[in-house]
Design a protein around this ligand. Structure first.
Ligand code: GDP
Length: 290
């Protein structure tokens, strides 16, 4: 479901080559680290993350007498797993009931699709959701959200012609006590401009959402940091990465904490509402290394 290219295979085979029982030399460890480095570069993990990561593994490999151990491969494997886990946020994702979720991001990043995925997950957990489009500029976007809402059987706030985004948001907030979650889909642009930013700042102040999520297309790789910087006037508290099913280099997953210090909360793995995974650090890292 998440593609890291050769990363998992390369790390596993590099570690396995160390083997068990035989004497391991510094040269063996250097070779293993070199192979892991190449695999991480190929997966588009950021260079600074790779450097620190390998340094830590090297230090521990020496510190824990891996070379003298009976199962150096197991020891290295455990060190790699622990260090990879420490590259990402490890807190469990918790959605607060009776709250709002504000979805932001560039046009085409996957905002509307994510709204459907979250609503679908909540529905399966027996929670009710109201979906709200705050994109009066593109009627097609409103229609897209309605189609998704209808397909999964959740409510969508009917849009009123000529209404501005703040009035729409207020109309939705009146219904707050009737739903477990209100998810607001916002307008995106191909590039962030000040007009959009002012609107989002205004909406954040009005909605007071518990979750202010930035949706990023994982295919953008490390340039996601530039996208996030252009949204830095907003108080974001999480990132949702989309299109991981179409991405052969998902290194951004391992780089995001170091580059942005924002937790990943959701992973999009396809176009359908069910193609979704809530962030789970141990599960993701295990999937890379298993
Ligand atoms: P928005 O403009 O930010 O609301 O983006 P959309 O939700 O409309 O998504 C843009 C395109 O990306 C649509 O064709 C979606 O079907 C597609 N898309 C969104 N998320 C994913 C994903 O996780 N995987 C794949 N393969 N496609 C996705």
């Amino acid at each position: 479901f998440i593609m890291f290219g050769r990363l998992g295979v390369a790390v596993r085979s590099a570690v396995q080559r160390i083997g068990g029982g035989s004497v391991v030399t510094q040269k063996d460890i250097d070779k293993t680290l070199r192979e892991i480095r190449i695999a991480m570069l190929e997966a588009d993990v950021s260079l600074s993350v790779i450097k620190t990561f390998l340094q830590k593994i090297q230090d521990q490999a020496l510190g824990q007498n891996v070379m003298k151990s009976l199962r150096p491969d197991h020891l290295i494997s455990k060190i790699v797993y622990d260090e990879m886990l420490s590259l990402v946020h490890n807190d469990p994702v918790q959605w607060t009931q009776n709250s709002s979720i504000l979805i932001m991001g560039l046009q085409g990043s996957g905002k509307t699709t994510l709204c459907g995925k979250l609503a679908y997950m909540f529905k399966n957990q027996k929670f009710s959701t109201l979906l709200v489009s705050l994109d009066p500029y593109r009627p097609a976007a409103q229609t897209q959200l309605s189609v998704i809402a209808n397909s999964i059987g959740v409510d969508v706030l009917p849009s009123l012609k000529g209404e501005d985004v703040y009035a729409t948001a207020r109309r939705a907030l009146i219904k707050k006590s009737s739903y477990d979650y209100i998810i607001f889909d916002t307008a995106g642009r191909l590039h962030v401009d000040q007009e959009l930013m002012q609107e989002l700042i205004g909406l954040q102040a009005l909605i007071q959402a518990k979750e202010n999520l930035l949706v990023c297309d994982s295919l953008m790789g490390q340039s996601i940091t530039d996208v996030a910087k252009s949204f830095s006037q907003l108080s974001l508290n999480g990132v949702a990465l989309s299109k991981l099913d179409a991405n052969h280099k998902s290194g951004i997953i391992l780089s995001l904490k170091s580059l942005l210090n924002l937790p990943i909360k959701a992973l999009g793995t396809g176009e359908k509402p069910q193609d979704f995974m809530q962030w789970d650090a141990k599960r993701v890292i295990s999937r890379i290394l298993d």
